[in-house]
Design a protein around this ligand. Sequence first.
Ligand code: NAI
Length: 334
Amino acid sequence: MAVKVTLIPGDGIGPEVSRAMVRAVDAVTGGTIEWEEQLAGSAAVDAGHSPLPAATIQSIRQNRVGIKGPLQTPIGGGWRSVNVSIRQALDLYVSLRPVKSLPGPSKSRYEDVDVVVVRENTEGLYAGREHEAVPGVVEALKIVTRQASERIVRYGFEYARANGRRKITVSHKQSIMPLSDGLFLETARAVAEDYPFTEVEYVSLDNLVMDLALDPHQFDTIVLGNLDGDVVSDMCAGLVGGLGMVPGANIGTQYALFEAVHGTAPDIAGKGIANPLALILSAELMLRHVGERPAAKRLRAGVERLLTDGAVLTGDLGGSASTEQLTDALLEAL
Ligand code: NAI
């Protein structure tokens, strides 16, 4: 049965890597994904719409799943981050970042890293509540609610259960923020009681970061608040060679939007040399999400074969292939 997916190609290199991703997904699914293309960001503004047209949100609402290329946020104003607006409009409260070592050329300090970062996406210090109390003094509010803490921790446990993962690490800074992080921690402990068969540990953020740098293999699934999760997810990407090869997803109770975590790469946009693998790996997550697990596995295996072989790689991976040549090679590897 066909699955309809909203596709937002995005800005800069977005259309180039999206085209590659669609070819790869169509190849592994035999065309069961029906793409519904929608605009956002600069592409929408250039076409005379708002940066986040109502039709785009409506399309994700209808299809319940979408995948997007990077979107430009103009520096110094113009419009606010469309990524943030989409998260808020659809209440995508989970930022999910599976970080897994890949074979081949990616510069990485460790082998066999397999960590999943589950980050709260709606509150904390990123709630955007800042004001200048008096000239020269700015206050930023850190919002923590029991409801948002409970749903993110529960998501972490449910994800672990559904994906055969063995341990949850809940990270916090309760010693310094006994009320806000205290509430997060207390809520996490209460949720954990519902999952007696999953190992759980509670680790202070500073210890977590040090231990990740020393030996990431001791971690499995890490659940954190918004700011902490933002920092730790990029740090984990660094453990396997950087943002260029890491997939991401924003997930809510009703909708899910998958995306590569890199930006629009204005320096190489339009040159046909961008690396599409991060978006292709995000599509792997999307396929799992819509129940196309065999297709997802084939896609992952194809990417691993391509990287192990190492003959056809884009410039960022030390090769000289174009986006299209890499995609052709991937289709062969599939
Ligand atoms: P960036 O990720 O676009 O670029 C950083 C460097 O990485 C550049 O040298 C770029 O050429 C390279 N790079 C990124 N993706 C690549 C790929 N797939 N293949 C080969 N090389 C790649 O980050 P930057 O420059 O900070 O941001 C540029 C724009 O992207 C900004 O407008 C920013 O707001 C937006 N952005 C959007 C994101 C999203 O929609 N999820 C995430 C991050 C940034």
